[in-house]
Structure formats: structure tokens, C-alpha cells
Design a protein around this ligand. Structure first.
Ligand SMILES: C[S@@+](CC[C@H](N)C(=O)[O-])C[C@H]1O[C@@H](n2cnc3c(N)ncnc32)[C@H](O)[C@@H]1O
Length: 373
């Protein structure tokens, strides 16, 4: 059998331009000798070390795996043990399927000027440089060590894009305007600086991760605002300033009985996830069943409100406990029933508008705001 190679990734796309870029920019130039490989799908994450098992290292590099290169902003050394224990992954080479999806949504034309937010390993930056010319690519990375490694990787692979070390939330005003902005870290909110630095008609793509779920977002800049829709799932490392903050939850428990079965809410899918963000911005929802069949849905809004809905098997009743300034369960139940009343629209019917004043989520057309509805 042939050894894993860039061809394995190139074959994932029907776009000949991106397939050529995948061949011209071997991912192996951007992956450290030792790292944590996290395959897409059910297979578990595992440690790869080129010096111990070069075959397994290469297989991971040319498979659809996230390769994690930093944890906890570098405060903890990346080792087999620390990677297996932490949930604090902070830099990586993203999974090739997501890289391809986003590059497809970005759809740059020859000569377009592109800004990438989150240089990471430098691989996406090099793919862009191979496709539209390094002189047209700017990439910004907030972490100095990661940026230094990316510069070395790009240099070794023979690409010379413009690299900036700094906070990508402010864009790169000194290099603006751009035709395309490619965000490769998760955002709850799209900073207005990106809209202001993109030419009218230009495009911003980003992993929109407002709290529950991750959604590929493609916005077109119309002048003072940007408008667009969602295109499939994604999970990315969050932009530093937009990570959820630790909050203290008040202990004033309010108990009630739910009207809606929380399992229905948990299973409602990505259309409801987006609709829920319109009703309760920033809310997170995590559901799961325990061995005895009890189902628990936990809600949090990141600013001190919290709710638990516990559905016991056989009883048909769901007990709710709410704490903090907002009755989150009541709001989620109302948002769910409103979404059902709309005919349970899927994610592709929702969109987002970003203006200088803020964000609006809409249903079907940009004038049909559901934010705060
Ligand atoms: C998923 S990785 C990017 C993957 C990268 N595009 C690649 O091809 O390897 C996300 C990166 O975003 C960076 N990041 C987080 N917050 C940032 C910010 N405010 N500005 C710039 N970069 C940021 C992280 O340090 C991390 O390296």
C-alpha cells in the first residue's frame, strides 16, 4: 500500500485549484515531530511521535485529524499525558475537511487580498499563498511562540506571506482593505473591525461558536454591514478574548415542573441551536443521560444564570431548578415552542447581520429579525 501523502488530502476536494494547493503544500512541513492527533469521527485522540513511529505520524498527518500543537496557551507543556487529560486545546492544525470547507466558502479569486486570523501552524496560510500568491496574504497570530514556529514552518516550505503578531480581533488596519477575511478561531461575535476592513462585496468566513454548537458562517460585506448564512457544523479553538468567562452562580434555587421534555430540546438540532441564540444570546446547553436513564439538561448564560432540567425515566415529569437573575429554563422552553411554531426551520434558513451597533439573527430574510423576539 502507498504511504500516506498529500494526494490523500487533495482527493478530498473536487476543486482542482484547492487540490493542487494541497499537493503543493505538504501538511508535514507544518506539523511538529510530537503532537496530539484528534481524528474527526468516533476514533479517540492519540499521541504521535515521528521519532518513535514515523509511519503512524505520517498516517495522522494525512488523515482527517486535528493536530493539536499547544494546550492551555503554552502554560502546560504538550505531552502525551497532558494532552490526554486537558480540554484546554489552544492551537492546532485544523482538520483538513474543515480547512477545505472554509477555503471553499472563502472562494478567493486570483489577486484577492486575504487576511487570515489565527496563523496557528501556518498551513492554511501557505495553502492561501499557493493559491493566490504570498504577496496577497496577511496572517495574524496572538501567541508569540506559535507565531515564531509558523514563520519557521512557512519559511521551510518556501512561502513568504506577511505575518503579524497581535490580536486578530482588531484586524490588520495597516494592511486593509481586504477582499476576504478567513477566521480560523471560534468567535461568539464578529468584531466590527473585520467588516470595516473588508471591501464592499468582500467575504468574511468564520467558525461562529456562540455557546451551543459551532456553525460555519459566511458573511458578505454590503458597505457598513455584513450579511450571510450558516453552512454546516464546526468546532474550533476560541479566539482568546471571546472565551467563556468563569462566573459565580447565585444559590437562590427556584424549583418548578417543565412543560416540555428536555430530551426534545436537546435533540432539536442545529436550526433550534441558532434560534436559541437569537432568544438568549451566549447560552450554552449540555444534555446527557446517565446509566439509570435519567436525562439531565444543563443551561448556563455565562453571566450568572443557570438551570437544570432532570427527566426521570418512567415518571414522565421533568423537575427544573433555576438560579441567578434569569429563568433560563423558562426562556429556553419559550424559544423552543416559538421555533416549533415557525415550523421547525433548519439552520440553512437562518442568517446573521453584523452592523457597527451589533448583531441580528434573522429567519429567511435579513429584515426578519428574531434577536430578542
Ligand atoms: C485552530 S488554530 C488555527 C489553525 C491555523 N489556521 C493553521 O492552519 O494551522 C487557532 C489559532 O488562533 C489563535 N488565536 C486565538 N485568539 C487569537 C486572536 N485574538 N488573534 C489572533 N490569533 C488568535 C490561536 O493562538 C491559535 O493558534
Amino acid at each position: 500500500m502507498a504511504a500516506p501523502s498529500p494526494d490523500d488530502l487533495a482527493r478530498r476536494t473536487a476543486d482542482p485549484g484547492w487540490a493542487q494547493a494541497f499537493r503543493d503544500v505538504p501538511r508535514e512541513h507544518f506539523i511538529p515531530d510530537a503532537a496530539w492527533a484528534d481524528p474527526m469521527g468516533p476514533a479517540p485522540g492519540h499521541w504521535i511521535d515521528r521519532t518513535i513511529d514515523p509511519g503512524a505520524w505520517r498516517e495522522a498527518v494525512y488523515s482527517d485529524s486535528v493536530i493539536v500543537t499547544q494546550i492551555e496557551d503554552g502554560a502546560t507543556e504538550l505531552t502525551a499525558e497532558s494532552s490526554a487529560q486537558t480540554t484546554g486545546f489552544t492551537s492546532s492544525s485544523s482538520a483538513p475537511s474543515h480547512v477545505l470547507d472554509f477555503l471553499g466558502l472563502l472562494d478567493p479569486s486570483p489577486g484577492d487580498r486575504v487576511l487570515e486570523i489565527g496563523t496557528g501552524t501556518g498551513w492554511t496560510c501557505a495553502l492561501l499563498a499557493a493559491r493566490i500568491g504570498a504577496e496577497n496574504v496577511t496572517s495574524i497570530e496572538i501567541d508569540e511562540d506559535i507565531a515564531e514556529q509558523a514563520a519557521a514552518n512557512l519559511d521551510r516550505a518556501g512561502f513568504t506571506p506577511h505575518l503579524v503578531v497581535g490580536d486578530g480581533a482588531r484586524g490588520a488596519p495597516e494592511r486593509a482593505p481586504f477582499d476576504r477575511i478567513h477566521v480560523t478561531c471560534g468567535v461568539r461575535e464578529v468584531p466590527y473591525a473585520w467588516v470595516a476592513q473588508t471591501r464592499p462585496g468582500g467575504v468574511i468566513v468564520a467558525p461562529w461558536m456562540p455557546g451551543n454548537g459551532g456553525h460555519k458562517l459566511r458573511l458578505t460585506v454590503t458597505g457598513d454591514s455584513a450579511v450571510g448564512r450558516f453552512h454546516g457544523d464546526c468546532g474550533y479553538m476560541m479566539m482568546r478574548a471571546q472565551r467563556p468567562a468563569a462566573v459565580t452562580i447565585a444559590d437562590d434555587e427556584r424549583e418548578s415542573i417543565a412543560r416540555v421534555d428536555p430530551r426534545r430540546i436537546d435533540r432539536a438540532g442545529t436550526g433550534f441551536q441558532v434560534a436559541l441564540q437569537g432568544a438568549v444570546p451566549g447560552i450554552t446547553a449540555a444534555g446527557g443521560a446517565s446509566a439509570d436513564g435519567t436525562f439531565l439538561l444543563v443551561l448556563s448564560d455565562g453571566s450568572g444564570s443557570h438551570a437544570r432540567a432532570r427527566h426521570a425515566p418512567g415518571s414522565g415529569r421533568t423537575q427544573v431548578v433555576q438560579r441567578g437573575p434569569q429563568n433560563l429554563w423558562d426562556e429556553v422552553e419559550a424559544a423552543y415552542l416559538r421555533w416549533v411554531g415557525w415550523g421547525e426551520p433548519g439552520r440553512d434558513r437562518f442568517g446573521l447581520t453584523v452592523t457597527r451597533e451589533g448583531h441580528h439573527i434573522w429567519l429567511d430574510t435579513p429584515d426578519n429579525h428574531i434577536t430578542g423576539a
